[in-house]
Ligand binder design. Structure first.
Ligand SMILES: O=C(O)c1ccccc1NCC(=O)[C@H](O)[C@H](O)COP(=O)(O)O
Length: 206
């Protein structure tokens, strides 16, 4: 099970999380988010271990800005939380890995995902929220039974030490990783290393 830690912001905290060896680290480029990386330390980011996939998170951002930030910070992946089209994803997939996020609820139409096959590397299934992400709430994981494509997905939305153990009950063959965010924070954008250590131990023992 791959582990992605999302919503990092401060140099010391970024380095401490990197020392735990997550597979992906996410940096949010969305000004309305309390985890917005308005002063992302470029040197810290560039010195992260090469095997951590540095992921820039956007919501309906202009593709030229996305491209400029990929090159400035040497991002390996983008995670898209808005209404980005399959064509927009395909353009970026020529340069980096693409995680396309969708907010799920009981009415989610999985048919719409077919248009993204071949144009993204992963889906990220999050809880539907007007804030586009970081809700701290889980969705009903039973809806994942309706997902029958081969594109691997991250489970996201409200994951915490209280519910991580239940993930082992999800037998879906395309489940690729988990995404940890607001339930592992001491303040928005600042991760609790102690809580993350517990989560990593739990996930790696599954
Ligand atoms: O975290 C945010 O503030 C955020 C805001 C807007 C778009 C995306 C955002 N986060 C991206 C993530 O990958 C989060 O980890 C995901 O939404 C789950 O967050 P949480 O429910 O807090 O675990």
């Amino acid at each position: 099970m791959k582990i992605k830690v999302c919503g990092l912001r401060e140099a010391g905290n970024i380095e401490a999380v990197a020392a735990l060896k997550p597979d992906f680290m996410g940096f949010i480029w969305y000004a309305q988010s309390p985890r917005y990386v308005y002063r992302l330390p470029e040197t810290v980011l560039r010195s992260l271990p090469a095997n951590i996939i540095k992921t820039a998170v956007f919501v309906n951002e202009h593709i030229d800005i996305v491209r400029a930030l990929i090159h400035q910070f040497d991002f390996n992946a983008v995670q898209l939380h808005g209404q980005e089209s399959p064509e927009y994803c395909a353009e970026l997939k020529q340069e980096v890995q693409v995680l396309k996020a969708f907010g799920l609820d009981e009415y989610f139409d999985f048919e719409q995902l077919k248009a993204y096959v071949g144009k993204v590397d992963y889906f990220l299934f999050d809880t539907k929220t007007e804030k586009h992400g970081g809700s701290g709430r889980i969705f009903n994981w039973d809806v994942l039974n309706e997902y029958d494509l081969d594109v691997p997905f991250f489970l996201s939305g409200g994951l915490s030490l209280d519910n991580l153990a239940e993930i082992k009950n999800i037998k879906h063959p395309a489940l690729y990783g988990v995404d940890l965010n607001s339930r592992f924070e001491t303040a928005p954008g600042i991760k609790s290393i102690e809580k993350l250590k517990q989560a990593f131990a739990l996930l790696k023992s599954q």
